[in-house]
Design a protein around this ligand. Structure first.
Ligand code: SME
Length: 162
């Protein structure tokens, strides 16, 4: 168990999952991805960027709906934390982005990062990327909680509509 290195209050991810289920009242992937990143940005403290990268080109991630500063686009599968998540299809949690050699610094303020791949029957659909200006912002509970939110998102969304 990795302890979060910040003194932010714990987030009630069970409550957030129920709220997200209620919020996603269409099956449209554009609407739901926009709503989901806005909801996470408002509900999870200590973030400076929350958004989706979509697998719309071969071995390439294309910037999708997001909240925060304008971001890097496109991102090849070969690069950065997002690329690692796309290649491995496993969540990437980075306590200190300065320690990651090929981290792509879209915003110099970002210090820690959580990237969750979203996989459908058709393969990798895209991923959710969360950035924080706080080192070690994300712990095991945050990872499990945000992964559960992505399970809600994928279950309530027709991913083929985007
Ligand atoms: N830092 C990411 C790039 C995306 S931005 O943070 C929005 C990476 O290294 O993949």
């Amino acid at each position: 168990m990795t302890e979060r290195q910040t003194d932010l209050p714990a987030t009630d991810y069970g409550l957030l999952a129920r709220q997200l289920e209620a919020l996603l009242d269409t099956r449209d992937a554009l609407t739901n991805s926009a709503q989901t990143c806005a909801f996470i940005m408002q509900s999870v403290p200590g973030l400076n960027w929350a958004g989706f990268y979509l697998h719309r080109l071969p071995e390439t991630l294309v910037l999708g709906p997001f909240q925060g500063k304008p971001a890097c686009n496109p991102i090849p599968f070969s690069k950065g934390v997002c690329g690692a998540a796309a290649r491995s299809r496993e969540t990437q949690r980075v306590e200190d982005v300065h320690a990651v050699a090929d981290h792509i610094a879209c915003d110099a303020d970002s210090r820690s990062e959580l990237v969750i791949p979203i996989v459908s029957d058709d393969g990798l659909w895209g991923l959710l990327d969360l950035d924080s200006p706080l080192p070690g912002r994300f712990d095991d509970q945050d990872q499990a909680g945000i992964e559960a939110l992505m399970t809600v998102f994928a279950a309530r969304t027709d991913l083929a509509t985007l």
